[in-house]
Design a protein around this ligand. Structure first.
Ligand code: SF4
Length: 735
C-alpha cells in the first residue's frame, strides 16, 4: 500500500471523525441525548453502522459508543520515520470515516430537514436527493440482485467539461450501472450540475443519482450497498464480514474520482476498499496495484477520460452482460440448421470461392476495446447479387481469466453463433470457413458488421467467466484478408504443435466433440492425442480446455477403456460413449480405420479420405481443391457420401493434421496406403509428410504419392504407382 495514500487516508479520517464528533457534541447540547435520529424513512437505522456493528443508532445519545468505536479504529497519524507500509490501518481509518460521516449526515437531517429533497427526482429548487428511503431502495435494490443493474459508480468531483461528463455518464448507463454522484472538484464543478446544464435528465429513473454536493454523502452509496446485502442477500446486521464479502463478490461498484484528491477523498476511498470497491482517478496520484482486498487493483490513476469507463470496468472485474443482440435479422438456435440453397443465395465468402479466414486471438487488456466492431472494405449494400467477396474475421479478446489454450474453443463457437442468424449459413472453420448470405438476410438489412455484433454479444454471454473484452475486425479487402490469413496460419501451427510428445497410449482419456450435431445429429468426433477433430480446429488439449470451461458442453472426457484391437483402434469405453452420444445410431467406431466402422463425419471436415479399389490405396482430397479426383467425384460429391453423421466404410472426414499422424489409417497399413493427394495439400503438409516418410523408413514414399499432375483417374494413378513401385500395390487387399 502506498505510503502517500495511507498517510493521506488516515489524515483525512482523523479530520472527518473530529468534524463529525464536534457536530455530535453540538447536537447533543442542542437537542439532548434522547433526540431521535435517522436517515429518512428506513428500517435500517444508519445502515453502514447497523450492517457492520449490528448497532441501532436511534437517538443522538446512541452515537457516543459509535464515536468510541471510531477512535478505536483510527490508527495514529503516519510519522515520517519508522513507517511500515500496511493496508490494515488505512482500511480501519476508512471504516471509521464512514461511521463518522453517517452520523454527521444523520444530524444534518435534524438540523436542516430540507437540505435534501428526499424524492426520486430533483425539484426545481433543489438538485440534491440525499439518502434513498426504503421505498426507493426496495424498487432499485432488487435490480442489484436480479442482474438488471450489476452495480454502481460512486463519482466524486467532476471532469472539467460537461460534454465529457455526459459522455462518461452515458457510457456507464450503457453498462446498466447506477451513477451515484457526490461532491465537487477543487474547481467547484459537480457532475450532477454539469449533466443538468447539458440537458441530461438526472434522478433515480435515469440511474443518474445526484446524492449531494459534499463528500460525506458517499455514505449514501455505501449504505445502499450494505442494505442490498441485508435485504436481498440474507446477510444479518453485524455480520460485517459477510456483508463485505457479499458486496465484493456481488456488487460491481467502484469510485471514480475527478480532479485533485483531498485527504478526505483518500479516507473515503480507503473506506470503499473494505467492500472491494476500487478507485479510478484522472489525477496524478500514486497507484495501488497489487491485488488484496479488492479483486484486482485498488487505485488506478492518471486515466484519460476516454478510457475512464473501460478502465473502471476492467479494474472492478465487471462482466459485460449483453442481453440483446441488436441486429435486424431474427436470431437464435432455431436457425442453426438452416440451409441457404442456390435459389436463396445472394452472395458468399470463403469456401473456395474467395479467400476466407476466421481466427480468435487473446491480447492484453489495453489492446482491446470492448464492443468495437470494424468493417474494412465493401459491405453487402455495396455489391450486387452474386458478387462474392473475400473475408477475414479477426476476433481479439482479453480477460483476466483468459488463457491462450482457450482460443481454439472460443474460435470454434463462431460456427454455431453465425448460424444462429436467420438467413446466414456458416460452414467450416479456420482458413476453410465459408459463409453463404441469403436474400432474406439482405432484405432485412444485413451488414457484415452484424457478424461482429453477434460474436461480441454471444461470446460475452457464453464465456463471460473468462472474457472481459471482445473486439471484432472484419475485412473484405483481399490484401488485408491475406495478411490475416498469414497470421492465422502461424497461430494454427503453434496450436497444433502444443500436443508435443503425447500419444494415444500415454493418455487414458480421450475427448468427444458433438458440436456439429446440429447439422449431423448422430455425429460424434472422438479426439485423441494423435487424432485431431476432423475440422482441424480441436485437438486433444482443446477438448480438455473446453471441458474445463464448460463441464456440460460438447467436449466430454471419454475413458477409453480396454483396447480390444490396437490396429483398428477399438476401445470398449469409446464404443459405449459413441453409442450413447449418437443415441444408438453408431454402436461401434474404430478410431484408426477407414474400412471398418470408420468415424462418422458431419460436414466440417478439412479433407475427405476415400478408398481407390483399383489402386489398392487411399486418396485424400481437401476442401480447397475444386478439381476432379481419381474417385470419379469432386470434393462436393464426396462430401455428400462421407457427411451427415453416417458411417460409410471407404469414405471418411479427416483433418489435414491427421495425415501425418502415426495413427493414420493404421488398420489399412498407415501412410504406405496413401496414393493420391491434391498438389495444394501435398505442398501444404510437405515438410511434415517428408519427415513422416523418413520416420517409417521410406523417404522415397513422398515422391511416390501422386497428385493431379500425374492424373485424376484411377487408371492414370495406377500406372504411376506401378512405375514408382508404390508399396500399396504389394499390400493385402484393403477392400
Ligand atoms: S468437426 Fe468434430 S471436432 Fe470439429 S467441431 Fe465438429 S464435432 Fe467438433
Amino acid at each position: 500500500m502506498s505510503k502517500i495514500i495511507c498517510s493521506a487516508a488516515i489524515r483525512g479520517a482523523h479530520k472527518i471523525v473530529d468534524m463529525a464528533e464536534e457536530k455530535y457534541e453540538e447536537a447533543l447540547k442542542k437537542y439532548g441525548a434522547d433526540q431521535e435520529v435517522s436517515l429518512p424513512n428506513t428500517a435500517y437505522f444508519l445502515p453502514i453502522i447497523y450492517s457492520m456493528l449490528g448497532a441501532k443508532v436511534e437517538k443522538i445519545g446512541d452515537m457516543k459508543d459509535i464515536f468510541q468505536e471510531c477512535r478505536t479504529l483510527l490508527p495514529d497519524l503516519v510519522s515520517e520515520h519508522n513507517w511500515l507500509p500496511y493496508l490494515a490501518p488505512a482500511l480501519d481509518a476508512g471504516m471509521a470515516t464512514y461511521f463518522a460521516e453517517e452520523m454527521y449526515e444523520a444530524i444534518r437531517y435534524i438540523e436542516t430537514p430540507d437540505f435534501y429533497t428526499k424524492t426520486e427526482e430533483p425539484t426545481d429548487s433543489n438538485l440534491w436527493l440525499g439518502a434513498a428511503d426504503d421505498v426507493i431502495f426496495r424498487k432499485r435494490g432488487v435490480e442489484f440482485v436480479d442482474g438488471s443493474a450489476p452495480g454502481f459508480a460512486a463519482i466524486v468531483g467532476a471532469p472539467d467539461d460537461k460534454e465529457v461528463a455526459s459522455r462518461i455518464a452515458l457510457e456507464l448507463q450503457e453498462k446498466n450501472l447506477y451513477i451515484f454522484m457526490h461532491d465537487h472538484s477543487v474547481n467547484g464543478k459537480n457532475m450532477s450540475q454539469q449533466l443538468v446544464d447539458n440537458g441530461v435528465q438526472v434522478g433515480w429513473n435515469t440511474r443518474l443519482v445526484p446524492f449531494a454536493d459534499n463528500y460525506t454523502s458517499v455514505v449514501f452509496s455505501i449504505g445502499f450497498a450494505c442494505r442490498v446485502a441485508m435485504a436481498f442477500g440474507g446477510i444479518k446486521p453485524g455480520d460485517f464480514r459477510g456483508n463485505l464479502i457479499y458486496n465484493k463478490d456481488r456488487t460491481f461498484a467502484f469510485v471514480m474520482a475527478f480532479g485533485k484528491v483531498s485527504d478526505e477523498w483518500y479516507a473515503n476511498a480507503a473506506g470503499a476498499f473494505n467492500w472491494g470497491f476500487p478507485t479510478i482517478s484522472d489525477y496524478d496520484i500514486p497507484e495501488v496495484l497489487p491485488t488484496g482486498i479488492c479483486t484486482y487493483e485498488h487505485v488506478v490513476s492518471n486515466v484519460p477520460h476516454e478510457e475512464f469507463v473501460q478502465k473502471a470496468i476492467e479494474v472492478r472485474g465487471l462482466k459485460v452482460n449483453v442481453t440483446k443482440i441488436d441486429i435486424p435479422m431474427s436470431f437464435g438456435p432455431a436457425f442453426e440448421g438452416e440451409r441457404i440453397r442456390k435459389d436463396d443465395l445472394f452472395m458468399e465468402c470463403g469456401g473456395g470461392r474467395t479467400t476466407g479466414v476466421e481466427v480468435l486471438i487473446s491480447k492484453e487488456m489495453d489492446e482491446v476495446e470492448d464492443g468495437l466492431v470494424t468493417l474494412e472494405g465493401k459491405d453487402i449494400s455495396d455489391i450486387k447479387q452474386g458478387e462474392n467477396l473475400p473475408i477475414s474475421i479477426l476476433v481479439e479478446v482479453a480477460g483476466r481469466e483468459m488463457q491462450s489454450d482457450f482460443e481454439p474453443i472460443l474460435e470454434r463457437q463462431f460456427h454455431h453463433l453465425m448460424n444462429y442468424i436467420q438467413g446466414i449459413m456458416h460452414i467450416g472453420q479456420r482458413d476453410i470457413m465459408w459463409i453463404r448470405i441469403g436474400h432474406g438476410a439482405v432484405e432485412k438489412g444485413f451488414s457484415f458488421k452484424h457478424l461482429g455484433k453477434v460474436l461480441h454479444g454471444k461470446l460475452h454471454q457464453e464465456f463471460g467467466a473468462i472474457l472481459d473484452k471482445v473486439q471484432v475486425k472484419i475485412s473484405t479487402v483481399q490484401e488485408t484478408v491475406e495478411q490475416v490469413m498469414a497470421m492465422a496460419k502461424e497461430t494454427y501451427a503453434e496450436r497444433d504443435l502444443r500436443l508435443g510428445n503425447m500419444t494415444d497410449e500415454t493418455e487414458e482419456v480421450f475427448y468427444s466433440c458433438t458440436l456439429c450435431q446440429s447439422f449431423a445429429p448422430s455425429h460424434v468426433c472422438v479426439i485423441t492425442p494423435e487424432r485431431v477433430g476432423m475440422c482441424g480446429a480441436y485437438n486433444w488439449l482443446d477438448g480438455k480446455a473446453s471441458y474445463q470451461i464448460n463441464p456440460t458442453g460438447p467436449n466430454q472426457p471419454i475413458e477409453k477403456g480396454e483396447c480390444t484391437d490396437a490396429e483398428l483402434g477399438d476401445f470398449i469405453g469409446i464404443n459405449e460413449f459413441v453409442n450413447q452420444a449418437s443415441r444408438g445410431a453408431v454402436p461401434e467406431v474404430s478410431c484408426y480405420s477407414l474400412m471398418n466402422n470408420p468415424m462418422t463425419a458431419c460436414g466440417c471436415f478439412e479433407a475427405i479420405a476415400a478408398m481407390l479399389p483399383q489402386c489398392n490405396g487411399i486418396m485424400v482430397v481437401n476442401r480447397d481443391y475444386m478439381g476432379m479426383t481419381p474417385s470419379g467425384m469432386k470434393f462436393t460429391s464426396l462430401a455428400g457420401m462421407a457427411g451427415g453423421g453416417a458411417q460409410t466404410p471407404g469414405f471418411m472426414g479427416v483433418s489435414k493434421h491427421y495425415l501425418t499422424s502415426r495413427k493414420l489409417f493404421m488398420a489399412e497399413g498407415g501412410l504406405k496406403r496413401v496414393v493420391w493427394l491434391p498438389k495444394i495439400l501435398k505442398d501444404e503438409i510437405s515438410e511434415k509428410l517428408k519427415a513422416r516418410c523418413e520416420e517409417i523408413g521410406m523417404p522415397e514414399l513422398y515422391d511416390m504419392i501422386a497428385t493431379e499432375e500425374q492424373g485424376t483417374t484411377e487408371e492414370e494413378i495406377l500406372a504411376f504407382l506401378k512405375e514408382k513401385g508404390h508399396p500399396a500395390l504389394e499390400m493385402e487387399s484393403a477392400v
